[in-house]
Design a protein around this ligand. Structure first.
Ligand code: PLP
Length: 368
């Protein structure tokens, strides 16, 4: 069987180190905002190449606290891509602001920068730049727009740990950036976790207060904060895993290369890497005909794939209030029926990639 993401294989390799790291926390009783959180924040900021990282409870909360720190509130508008995970826009709604959705670029799947400018109004405060599937959004173009209209840029780097654009890592391009450490992410905890990173000291400080029930010192509550701390146990796990992140991302890139090579003489549309981008291949997403039948065929062959995402955000029930309708985002809607995420994780073997591609080719040959 080939799982979509096989976390057990990774644990087999690093399990001893993980168990020791967790055991030490039990011995010390250092559960909430412990030493491992402090150290992980330093190490992760260094890794990204930014001054500050603040550990929070999830990627969703990272985006919420980043927007809150930027004082996004009711009456504001925030631009975001329609082709993303729901958490790229939920925090906008939590704060009473309005998401302005934009269709995706047909090649990179990221926000189509040509469609942003005409949606900017006096109420627009920020752009959420999602680095979808690990590919960095067109940051030069986004930053240019942001400068022209005085907007904040919030990176949703929840899928882009270690992805590179013009020699800089994700997390360094915007006003503030958000990461998720959900177990299946390239850097994943063994539970929920997230981080906000920035070079802006006062924003970092504000997020630090917001994530800890608004207190700067014990029982001095400066802001209406949240309980959204990164758990010490998760921080300890992340410290072990961070050391392997580049190696794991390289493995993913090699597997993506192999997929590309093996699929080259087929009708399948393989991922396009934008100029100046080195993707971390969080996901390897192809576009195919008869997607659902292929998905089911592979499933029967014990090969588990995913769809990211089957329903574009504007057609989700929870966003009905935004009054979008079918037909508003033709690229995202068309692609939702064609995209397929093939198994991708650092411990996937080349032999398995060969087998997956062989099955895909068999499927289409039998259909002819
Ligand atoms: C995973 C993810 C999030 C949310 O992260 P959680 O840790 O699950 O809350 C947000 N945006 C994108 C693009 C993601 O992939």
């Amino acid at each position: 069987m080939i799982k979509f993401v096989d976390l057990q294989r990774q644990y087999k390799k690093i399990g001893k180190q993980i168990d020791t790291a967790i055991g030490n926390i039990f011995i010390k009783g250092d559960f909430i905002l412990g030493e491992d959180v402090v150290q992980f924040e330093k190490e992760f900021a260094d890794y990204c190449g930014v001054s500050y990282a603040v550990g929070v409870a999830s990627g969703t909360d990272a985006i919420l606290l980043a927007l809150k720190a930027l004082d996004i509130k009711s009456g504001d508008e925030v631009v975001a891509p329609v082709n993303s995970f729901i958490s790229s826009v939920l925090p906008i709604l939590y704060l009473g602001a309005k998401p302005i959705l934009i269709d995706n670029d047909p090649d990179t799947y990221n926000i189509d920068i040509k469609k942003i400018e005409k949606k900017i109004t006096k109420k627009t405060k920020a752009i959420i730049a999602v680095h979808l599937y690990g590919q960095i959004a067109d940051m030069d173009a986004i930053k240019k727009l942001a400068k022209k209209y005085k907007l904040f840029v919030v990176e949703d780097a929840c899928q882009a740990h270690g992805s590179i654009y013009k020699k800089e890592k994700s997390g360094t391009f915007g006003t503030i950036a958000c990461f998720s450490f959900y177990p299946g992410k390239n850097l994943g905890a063994y539970g929920d976790g997230g981080a906000v990173v920035t070079n802006n000291q006062s924003l970092a400080e504000k997020v630090r207060i917001l994530r800890n029930i608004g207190q700067k010192e014990k029982y001095l509550h400066k802001l209406v904060g949240y309980n959204s701390r990164l758990d010490t146990i998760q921080a300890a796990i992340l410290r072990v895993k961070l050391k392997y992140l580049d190696e794991w991302n390289n493995n993913r890139r090699e597997l993506a290369d192999l997929y590309n090579k093996l699929l080259i003489d087929s009708d399948i549309v393989t991922p396009v890497e934008q100029k100046d981008v080195i993707s971390n291949y969080h996901l390897y997403v192809i576009r195919v005909k008869k997607r659902d039948i292929l998905l089911n065929y592979l499933y029967k062959k014990n090969i588990y794939c995913g769809i990211h995402y089957p329903i574009p955000l504007h057609l989700q029930d929870c966003l009905r209030g935004l009054k979008y309708k079918k037909g508003d985002f033709p690229i995202a809607e068309k692609y939702a029926d064609e995209i397929l995420s093939l198994p991708m994780f650092p411990e996937l073997t080349k032999k398995e990639v060969h087998r997956i591609v062989k099955e895909i080719k068999m499927f289409y040959e039998n259909k002819k």
